[in-house]
Design a protein around this ligand. Structure first.
Ligand SMILES: O=C(O)C(=O)C[C@H](O)C(=O)CO
Ligand SMILES: [Zn+2]
Length: 276
């Protein structure tokens, strides 16, 4: 498991592009037949990718750095299907996840196994935070997520926000998670920009066609840096950082937060004219 240390905003200005990526970007998460995990000390979140292949299920292992017998001994976990089909079996109960379905796995779950079928690619994105309550494991299908449309085509940011795990939905201790999709012709996500000092947020961009990129903006509002991201790259936003970006075409992203509260609206918006 890769380890990313927590960061101070003053560090960011002096970092080279390569060092900025090493601190905040997680790429190559999706490797056929493997489990790839990244631990960030920002709110002790873990993200990762698991890509089983048909006939070779993968059981989630607790990396040594967690010092726990099982992954969910002290953690809750969200599993997002960004491929097309596959199964997650939690303590003997099998859940079939289609594209953009999310499985919330409660703390205390013992055995978590990822499987693929011949029906399509199984690409599971994992996001986890500390938890001690043992909330029930629950499947949230895309069509059951809380759905809102926001933004404006005139400013190229018309998008649909699906909230799968949130304060008024599936119960969790920390995780708040959803999927946002840009409409054709719209490219700017998360406008107007914002920070939320009480939560870390991680984006995983996906659905970005070959030959396209997202220019992701991070940093304190008055001292931003950009990162050019590819399909299936994740980027960690510490609580002090804005997190927005523009693609060379439309795309989608999984956003997941953990921290002090689960209040989606607890954010400090930043006027575009205040960015530097
Ligand atoms: O497009 C958006 O707006 C978002 O998806 C915003 C994220 O959900 C977010 O940053 C929540 O804090
Ligand atoms: Zn946010």
């Amino acid at each position: 498991m890769q380890i990313r240390h927590a960061s101070h905003p003053d560090d960011v200005a002096a970092l080279s592009k390569a060092a900025l990526r090493e601190r905040f970007v997680a790429d190559a998460l999706f490797v056929p037949g493997e489990q790839v995990l990244v631990y960030t000390h920002e709110d002790r979140m873990v993200i990762g990718g698991v890509m089983p292949i048909p006939g070779a299920p993968i059981e989630l292992e607790a990396p040594a750095a967690l010092r726990s017998e099982r992954f969910c001994d002290r953690r809750e976990l969200a599993v997002v299907q960004i491929g097309t089909a596959g199964t997650v079996t939690v303590d003997g109960v099998e859940y079939a996840l289609e594209h953009r379905d999310v499985l919330y796995v409660g703390q205390g779950s013992r055995s978590i196994t990822f499987g693929a079928t011949s029906a399509g690619e199984a690409a599971f994105y994992l996001a986890s935070a500390l938890s001690f309550s043992g909330h029930p494991t629950t499947l949230v299908r895309l069509q059951d997520a809380l759905t809102t449309r926001t933004g404006d085509a005139a400013t190229a940011n018309r998008r649909t926000v699906h909230k799968h795990i949130h304060a008024d939905g599936v119960r969790s201790d920390q995780l708040v998670l959803g999927i946002t999709s840009l409409e054709p012709g719209s490219v700017w996500n998360s406008m107007p920009p914002h920070t939320h000092d009480r939560r870390t947020e991680i984006y995983l961009y996906f659905g970005l066609p070959e030959g396209h990129r997202v220019q992701h903006v991070m940093g304190e509002p008055d001292d931003t840096r950009t990162l050019v991201l590819s399909d299936r790259d994740a980027v960690i936003s510490p609580s002090w950082s804005v997190h927005f970006g523009s693609g060379t075409t439309d795309y989608a992203f999984v956003w997941v937060m953990a921290g002090e509260n689960q209040a989606f609206t607890d954010m400090d918006q930043v006027a575009v004219t205040a960015l530097a």
